[in-house]
Design a protein. Structure first.
Ligand code: DGY
Length: 438
């Protein structure tokens, strides 16, 4: 398909998912509210053809920021019962610093906003206009980073924890399987809505949902108090993807503050945190026995030596030295890059837990591909970068703007479509960005 045609189709998806209240849903019915990291990627897509919508997207998300700097993973701008768990379940009002004017969740998602603001600035033709916008928004993102370093880096290592698998963005990754074994939640009574929109084989199991719900019940019991959650949550993980995104966003905030001028103290703070984060991510999360970065289970004090697409994300923030980067590339190509596979499967295709259909247990995701593409490009691994970009574009072109895709070329052809939500916003948004890149 010609680039122009694909871009037009992607724009239509974004425009159709854009809501009157000034935010964009990830996908009709399946995800009817505003999601944090979705919004960031969506803003990048809009920035290429409608900067006003890109700004609205960021603005409406940051408008739901809590007074302590926390940015929630869902903002419930409207009432809608096609999604579980909704506002009544999350009950953000339990936290004394949550906003009174809007309901949100009490968990977060990867801190993409720093690098998204930098992208908006780089894409903009009218730099002055975007700088004016940034002037009003950037301190909110800075405050969010301060929240992470002050509340979620309990050992002062420069590595922040997530307390829920939904915070990672890679919801049902096999990386969490052993953590679920340490828990024994009751069988909760709830009505799944996702499986009325998408086939059960492509979504997490009911039993997995019991664990997801259980952690939120615990957080609610403590009124979402960070200190108590850190002490008691059975799920407490240092995630290489989450931390790489934080580091990459620190880097962007530093650049933007320099452009804006007069922010010496903030730059100093971000630089010192970033230095520590970069050292720790290499010392603690790089695992030479598997040739990749991996997660650290802070609750059970052990490394989780599994390889998933997040394992390569430190390339995105420039963490590895060239030797480590080379090793990462080899691991990716050998394990994930077989000829009959699209890059990049969300979980090790050689692992027994790999499942080609099930959400984050194997399928290819366009947002992770975009992050890995930027990472490999940063290290000038041009061929690998090109392959990731080409595979991403081939998938959306052949099968449509789905949420995720079967990594096997043969099985993709048999299905002739993707999985999960259709007309999925970030798949469209990042296609637009890929096609604008030189
Ligand atoms: C879902 O519902 O699967 C979302 O990813 C969680 O926010």
């Amino acid at each position: 398909m010609a680039d122009k045609f694909l871009i037009d189709k992607a724009k239509t998806v974004l425009n159709q998912n854009f809501q009157k209240k000034g935010f964009t849903i990830p996908s009709k019915n399946l995800y009817p509210f505003q999601w944090k990291w979705d919004s960031g990627f969506i803003a990048i897509g809009f920035a290429h053809f409608d900067m006003e919508k890109a700004k609205k997207e960021i603005n409406s998300l940051l408008n739901a920021q809590w007074k302590n700097g926390f940015i929630p993973h869902i903002v419930f701008h409207t009432k809608n019962d096609s999604y579980f768990p909704g506002a009544d379940f999350h009950k953000s009002s339990l936290h004394p610093q949550s906003p009174a004017h809007i309901d949100t969740s009490g968990i977060t998602q990867p801190p993409v906003l720093g690098f998204v603001l930098e992208k908006l600035y780089n894409i903009a033709d009218d730099k002055e206009d975007v700088l004016n916008f940034l002037k009003n928004q950037i301190d909110k993102v800075y405050k969010n980073h301060k929240y992470f370093y002050s509340k979620r880096d309990i050992n002062n290592e420069g590595l922040v924890y997530i307390y829920h698998n939904w915070e990672s963005g890679t919801d049902n990754s096999p990386v969490w399987d052993d953590i679920w074994k340490t828990m024994n939640p009751p069988r909760y009574k709830f009505e799944r809505k996702d499986t009325t929109h998408v086939d059960y084989s492509q979504r997490p199991t009911d039993r997995e949902y019991d664990h997801y719900i259980d952690i939120i019940e615990l957080a609610k019991k403590f009124n979402y108090d960070d200190h108590k959650i850190a002490k008691h949550s059975p799920f407490l993980v240092q995630d290489p993807l989450f931390n790489s995104i934080l580091i990459r966003s620190n880097e962007s905030l530093i650049k933007l503050y320099k452009i804006l001028g007069g922010n010496e103290e903030k730059i100093k703070y971000l630089k010192s945190k970033n230095e520590k984060s970069l050292t720790s991510i290499n010392e603690k999360l790089y695992n030479s026995s598997i040739g990749a970065y991996s997660h650290f289970d802070l609750r059970n004090k052990k490394n989780i030596p599994l390889i998933c697409s997040s394992s390569f994300s430190p390339l995105f923030c420039g963490a590895p030295d060239f030797k480590k980067a080379q090793r990462l590339k080899n691991t990716l190509v050998e394990k994930f890059g077989k000829e009959d596979y699209y890059l990049c499967s969300s979980f090790d295709p050689e692992g027994i837990q790999h499942d080609q259909k099930k959400y984050w247990r194997g399928p290819v995701w366009i947002n992770l591909n975009w992050i890995l593409y930027q990472g490999f490009k940063r290290y000038k691994f041009k061929e690998t970068a090109k392959r990731i970009k080409n595979d991403s574009l081939e998938l959306v072109d052949k099968f449509g703007f789905y949420e995720y895709f079967n990594p096997s070329k043969e099985n993709s052809k048999k299905n002739n479509k993707g999985y999960g939500g259709e007309n999925f916003s970030w798949s469209a948004a990042l296609t637009i960005d890929f096609l604008h890149e030189k």
